[in-house]
Design a protein around this ligand. Structure first.
Ligand code: TXA
Ligand code: MG
Length: 335
């Protein structure tokens, strides 16, 4: 299959019409959202959705987020629309917050990994919204990368992972947010944070009151609330080492072992033959927007190891720490 990459802006309807047609006939289209690029399929069609799992090599026990264009569309897909959902949608949609609610039967099991709940969000990227409107479909869309790899923040990243596996990528330039949406389960009391993201727990609590903030679940607490919480995820090819300090001594150690080293650091550092320093922004929002692109670049440069200077603590950095921690953990046994 040839993968077509089409530059879009929202004034040009033709690429959007073409993409909508692919989706309506059961095909896959990668498109930008304000967080990362998504790989979309008609969420109501089990066949279309199975294409996502094939293209990504995604395990079928990991459920997908369904993207919609309006709150009314969201209400049509769930059993109940609780007050908390209404208030959060008013405040944060369109935007990077995903709400988990009890699903209606119209959502196929393959979308929810057989579970009774569905994850929903209205993305704010104009191209994502235009595509949702043009197709008229709810779109199941995970991040548009091979399973376990780093999420794509440019069309080029999508192409690197999925070339030949999908028919079309809509290129809307780099995404502004850079990390995946916050996932919040509204079927529990109190609501539970399943994945930290660009919207912080405090911002959520300001709207609906206290939530369960720890996104760590114990091994026993199956069934899965969110396999995106599985330890290794969002990972570059090279091992990633998170340091407590600035990483200088680890960098020296690995250079001494003839390794090619990538270094995410906050200071200006001189590149050397075997050292690629990437100077990261000091603000959390800018850091988030840059992180995956930096990891993609280091993967492209085929470094042997990536050393990451520990970012500051504080709630604004929670999602960044979460992703770095996952990227740094060893691969689980195959299963
Ligand atoms: O920002 C984002 O959320 C991006 C863009 C494309 O919207 N999408 C994304 O999708 O990150 P994905 O599939 O890579 O991550 C979806 C996360 C996973 O952690 C999954 O386990 C969780 O949402 N999830 C999906 N449905 C769920 C459900 N019914 N219950 C609990 N967790 C769910
Ligand atoms: Mg993903």
């Amino acid at each position: 299959m040839i993968t077509e990459v089409v530059k879009v802006d929202c004034h040009e309807r033709e690429p959007l019409r073409q993409a909508a047609q692919i989706l309506q006939s059961g095909g896959l289209v990668a498109f930008p959202t304000e967080t990362v690029y998504g790989l979309g399929a008609n969420a109501i069609s089990p066949d279309a959705v199975s294409g996502i799992f094939q293209a990504k090599g995604r395990p079928s026990n990991n459920p997908l987020i369904v993207h919609i264009a309006t709150v009314d569309q969201a209400k049509d897909l769930v059993q109940q629309w609780p007050n908390a959902a209404e208030r959060l949608a008013q405040q944060f949609w369109p935007g990077p917050l995903t709400l988990v609610l009890e699903k209606k039967a119209i959502i196929p099991d393959i979308v929810t990994a057989g579970g009774s709940t569905v994850a929903l969000r209205i993305p704010s990227h104009p191209i994502a919204l235009a595509l949702l409107q043009e197709s008229g479909l709810p779109l199941a869309a995970p991040s548009a990368n091979r399973s376990q790899a780093i999420s794509p923040t440019t069309a080029r990243h999508v192409l690197n992972g999925l070339n030949g596996r999908i028919p079309m990528i809509l290129d809307g330039g780099p995404t502004s947010g850079g990390l995946e949406s916050t996932v919040l389960n509204l079927t529990t009391a109190p609501p539970q944070l399943l994945r930290p993201g660009l919207i912080t727990p405090s911002e959520i609590e300001a709207v609906i009151g206290p939530i369960e903030r720890s996104s760590q679940r114990s091994e026993e607490s199956m069934p899965l609330p969110s396999p995106g919480m599985l330890s290794r995820h969002y990972a570059p090819r090279a091992p990633l080492l998170l340091t407590d300090g600035n990483g200088m001594s680890l960098v020296t150690l690995h250079l001494g072992q003839d390794h090619k080293v990538g270094w995410l650091t906050f200071e200006n550092r001189e590149p050397q033959a075997s050292l690629i320093p990437v100077v990261m922004p000091k603000g959390a929002g800018e850091y988030a927007a840059r992180l995956y692109a930096a990891l993609h670049e280091l993967d492209q440069n085929e470094v042997d190891v990536i050393i990451v200077e520990n970012p500051p603590s504080g709630e604004a950095w929670q999602a960044i720490h979460d992703r770095l921690k996952r990227a740094s953990e060893p691969l689980p046994e195959k299963g």
